[in-house]
Design a protein around this ligand. Structure first.
Ligand code: A3P
Length: 296
């Protein structure tokens, strides 16, 4: 596999009932045995929940608002994506994580039951970011169209059905958000929402600061809000995934930094599709105290 060569759409496999890429499934033993450290910080989420945004906020906090330092490398290299496995010569998340000196900040999309157990044992801090199902499925659909690294999504209708059935990479959104929600009371987990971040970034960044036991002057806080806004991140090559080869991510099909707005689902769902989605959603989320806003 060469840069520029068309990447072949990955085959998928299940690990404990969760769909992953074949390369990830072949690396599963190593992923499961990953050694976390007590001073690790993990940013966890379902795909397309605002992970990259949260990563940029965290990096800016850790570097006291130093924009230059945050541009030392692209998001993928700054924060190893632990389970993400690519064929050589590309770096896999585990290799990057193992080489990284402490304190490390890493990323995962694993559902809570598949998180390497050393994270619980070492009591590492975890920030979980969640986004409403409708905007997530829209974002996931467009990302799957542009990312040759993910299975092809099929039509929009097909993709919505696969999403509802949990037959997409990293499994069921419903189980993912609920699973981590239930785990948050037993572990050091800060659970935040995309919609809240959009509504009041200052308030949400302050929550993250408190969780990281860090204080910064107001002036730096304002700088972080600015630097991590959608419009600024969209033009930051170290945060917008444009450093990846076009054969992996083709931004001309749909840019990684696409809309960045709660409520974009309204321009995708038909009335019937929306009604069916809501009905199915009620069933899948019944009994959970977790609630989402689909617009702000
Ligand atoms: P859209 O496709 O709806 O635009 P992830 O990083 O988890 O893959 O999530 C990607 C989604 O987060 C994309 O959503 C992307 O545009 C959005 N996003 C990234 N940075 C953002 C920011 N600073 N503000 C708002 N949304 C952002």
């Amino acid at each position: 596999l060469q840069l520029g060569e068309k990447y072949i759409q990955p085959e998928t496999k299940e690990v404990n009932g969760i769909l992953v890429t074949k390369t990830m499934s072949e690396n599963w033993d190593n992923i499961w045995n990953f050694q976390a450290r007590p001073d690790d910080l993990l940013i966890a989420s379902y795909a397309k929940a605002g992970t990259t945004w949260t990563q940029e906020i965290v990096d800016m906090i850790q570097n006291d608002g130093d924009v230059q330092k945050c541009q030392r490398a692209n998001t993928f290299d700054r924060h190893p994506f632990i389970e993400w496995t690519l064929p050589p010569p590309f770096n896999s998340g585990l290799d990057l994580a193992e080489k990284m000196p402490s304190p490390r900040t890493m990323k995962t999309h694993l559902p809570v039951q598949l998180l390497p157990p050393s994270f619980w044992k070492e009591n590492s801090k975890i920030i979980y970011v969640a986004r409403n199902a409708k905007d997530t499925v829209v974002s996931y659909y467009h990302f799957s169209r542009m990312a040759a690294l993910l299975p092809t999504p099929g039509t929009w209708e097909e993709f919505v059905e696969a999403f509802k059935a949990g037959k997409v990479l990293w499994g069921s959104w419903y189980d993912h958000v609920k699973g981590w929600w239930d785990a948050k009371d037993q572990h050091r987990i800060l659970y935040i929402f995309y919609e809240d971040m959009k509504e009041d970034p200052k308030r949400e960044i302050q929550k993250i600061l408190k969780f990281l036991e860090k204080e910064i002057p107001e002036e730096i806080l304002n700088k972080i809000i600015y630097h991590t806004s959608f419009d600024v991140m969209k033009h930051n090559p170290m945060a917008n995934y444009t450093t990846f080869p076009i054969s992996f991510l083709d931004h001309s099909i749909s840019p990684f930094m696409r809309k960045g707005m709660p409520g974009d689902w309204k321009s995708h769902f038909t009335v019937t599709q929306n009604e069916e989605f809501d009905k199915d959603y009620q069933k899948k989320m019944a009994g959970s105290t977790l609630t989402f806003r689909t617009e702000i």
